[in-house]
Design a protein around this ligand. Sequence first.
Ligand code: NDP
Length: 241
Amino acid sequence: MSTEAHTPRSVLVTGGNRGIGLAIAKAFAAIGDKVAVTYRTPTELPEGILGVQADVTDEASIDRAFTEVEAAHGPVEVLVANAGITKDTLLLRMSEDDFTSVLDTNLTGAFRVVKRASKGMIRLRRGRVILISSVSGLYGAPGQINYSASKAGLVGLARSFTRELGSRGITANVVAPGFINTDMTAELPDETQKEYLSRVPAGRFADADEVANVVRWIASSEAAYISGAVIPVDGGLGMGH
Ligand code: NDP
């Protein structure tokens, strides 16, 4: 991090009550930013982190959450669209609802929060949008046609956003984690976990902090000239795609 004095920013992380989102929220709070997280399920949060209830599939609840954050911390200057779900199954067993519900949360959910945040960022003439994708978005994964499609869609979102708003001091980037130890991956059968592990050149899975540190850096002034990029945090699994 730069040694310049840090001016606290209003940071919002969706799905920040646990897993990678919570690690990201803590990373920003540790450098003095004003951090809010959205939650669906009320959870005890670390001191100093503001919780606001929102479901990213519900535009009205997103608007209420932003209004709450703006009143407490000012306009959101750093948005991390992290909320995400999986509904893994092979194509022939995947229902249309399995597909559209994952898209609605992971991709349309990101669109909803990015749109809401961009109003304040345009006024501020600065901002950072970070979309949490997955190695699965560009690498693909059997059983994840819905999830991979949603995560690949985030790349197009960040790139078109950059072309629309890149001249206004706002960047949008995608962070693509590989296999991170969280509730989402704990649900996978042992055999699947072993299979993934055998493919990761780093020979291990990562902790959520290792994603959080990269997200924090992408949001820093040091990364002001990076936009529309996909940054892998995957131990070499996707080889930069
Ligand atoms: P978790 O399952 O541990 O947490 C998911 C978070 O998203 C929770 O806070 C959850 O809230 C929230 N969420 C889910 N649906 C909604 C919704 N409709 N509205 C609002 N919030 C919602 O996941 P991880 O921490 O592992 O993953 C975080 C992100 O990182 C996801 O986008 C995931 O796809 C991505 N990722 C994870 C990887 C991994 O290995 N773990 C690898 C690559 C990418 P609630 O507590 O209310 O359910």
